[in-house]
Design a protein around this ligand. Sequence first.
Ligand code: N01
Length: 540
Amino acid sequence: MTATDHASSVDAVIVGAGIAGLYQLHRLRGLGMSTRVFETGDDVGGTWYWNRYPGARCDVESMSYSYSFSPELEQEWEWTERYPAQPEILRYVSHVADRFDLRRDVTFRTRVVSAAFDEPAGRWRVVTDTGETVDARFLIMATGCLSRAKDIDIDGIATFGGTTLHTSRWPHDGVDLTGQRVAVIGTGSSAVQSIPIIAEQAAELTVFQRTPAYSLAARNRPLEPDEVADMKAGYRAWREAQRTSGFGVPVEPATQSALEVGAEERTARYEAGWRRGTLVSILGGYTDTLTDAAANETAAEFVRQKIRDRVDDPGTAELLCPRSYPFGTKRPCLDTGYYETFNLPHVSLVDLRRTPLVELTATGVRTSERTHDVDVVVFATGFDAMTGALEAVDIRGRDGVLLREKWAEGPRSYLGLAVAGFPNLFTVTGPSSPSVLSNMIVSIEQHVDWITDCLASLRDRGVGTIEASTAAEDEWVAHVAEVGGATLYPTADSWYMGSNVPGKPRVFMAYIGGVGAYRELCDAVAADGYRGFRLDEVPG
Ligand code: N01
C-alpha cells in the first residue's frame, strides 16, 4: 500500500490498466505525480486480459510489439514465437507490472462510470461503480481502441437453449468444445484465428460469413536464438525506425505505382511479400495500393488466388474471396490454417449474403433458408471501435456537455489527444490519431510520452488547465478527413468507418498520415508552446 492507494484526491486518474495505462502510470510516477488507475478486470492486460479465445495471437511480430521504454526490459524478456500468443503477451504485461511495481496503484474490479469537470476547481470528479469518488487534476483515458464489444444485433439470443460465447469475453478457464456442434458468427480477425482451433475440437463447425476477410498466412514459428540475439543487439536502431515509419513497423518504402510495372514483376513482388507473412508486406509493395482502386485490385486478386490455392472446393473458395471492398480497407487478417480448415469434412460455410441470418432459435441459427442446429454459438462479431469505450463513460466537460453528445456526428478531437471543452482530459490513442493503423505499442508510447512531457511542462510553468481550442480541433478534424479521403479506406464498410455498428456515424476515425509524420506534428505543437491549446493558471 502506498499513500496514493486510497487517496480521494490525486494529480491524475488513469482509466484502464492495459499496455497504455500501465506505461502512463510508470511515467507519471517518474514525475512524482500521485496517480490512481481504475481497471474493470481483476488484473492487468486490457485487450490481452479479455481476448482469450482459442488461437488469440498478435499479428505484429513479438519483438516489435513490445515496450521500448526500458532497454533492460527489452534485453531480459525472451519472446518464444514470431507472433506472440495471448497467454505469452499477458505474461509479458504481468511481468512489466511486477518489474515496475505497478499494481499497487491500480484498483481492480472497478469501472469508472462517470467523470465531470468541475470548472471552478479546474479538476475532474471521477466516480466508479463501487461508489468511490476521486478528484484529479488530470484524467487520462487509456481505455483501448477495441475494448468495447459491439452490441450483438441478432434476434433471438435469449431463446437459444445452448451455450453462447463472445470471442472478446472468453471464459478464463477455457471451454471444452469436444464433440460439440459449434456455430461461429463473423469472419474478422477473431474468427479467423479461432476457427482452426475450434475445428480441432468440434464435432461439427458451421461458419456464418457475411463479408469475407482478406487473410494472409502468418508463417508463425518459434524464434531462433540467433535472430533474437541480433534483434536485441540492434534494438535501439530498430525502435527508432519503428517511430519514424508509416505503420510503426519498419519496411522498405515503396517507390513505384503498382500500375507502372508489368504483371510478372508485380506478381513476383507480391509473392515475396506473401512469403514474408506480415500484415504490411503486400500492402506496402507499391505506393498506391491504398489510394488507387486499380492498383489495389492487383494486390486483391493476388490474395484471392492464394485463397483459391488453399481451399479444395472451388465454390467454397469463391465464397471466401472478398470482392466488395478493396484489400486493406478493412483490417486484413493473418492466419494459421484458416482457409485449410474449410477442407475438413466437418466444417461448412454459410454465405449470409445469399441466405441472411434471421434469428437464433431454441436449437440453433436460422437463416432465410433453414435452421442449423448447434450446441454452441460463438459471436466473433467485433467491437464498437475507437469511440465505444470512451463514450461508455459519462464524461462531462465544460457546461456539463457530454462527450457522447459532442461526438454524436462522429469523434472530434485535436490530434486524437485532447477534446475542446474538456480541459485536462487526454485520450491515449484516441480517435483521429494513427492508433489502429499502426503497431499499437509504438503509438501508445508516443502518446504517453507526449502527455507526460506536457504535464511536466505545465507544472514547470504553473499552468493548471490545458484545453484544445475549437479552431485547432476543427482544423485537425478537417485534416484527418482530407488525408483519409485521399485513400480507399472510406469506400469500405468497416469498423474504421464506424459502419459495423448500426446507427454509428460513418466517419473515418483514424489518422492515416503515418506514425512518423504524426509524431513530428505532435512534437512541433509542443515545441511551439502547445500551439492550438489554451493554457490557464491554476484556479484559485
Ligand atoms: O471483429 P471484426 P474482430 N451478423 O469487426 C461479422 C483486432 N484484432 O473481433 O464485416 C453476421 O473485424 C462481421 O461481418 P461484416 C483487429 O484490429 C486483432 O474479428 O460486418 N455477421 C465480421 O465478419 C481486428 O480488425 C487481432 O459484414 C456479423 C465479424 O462479425 C479487430 O480487432 C485479433 C454481424 C466482425 O469482425 C476486430 O476484429 C483479433 C451480424 N449481425 C482482433 N455482426 C490480432 O492481433 C458482425 N458480424 C490478430
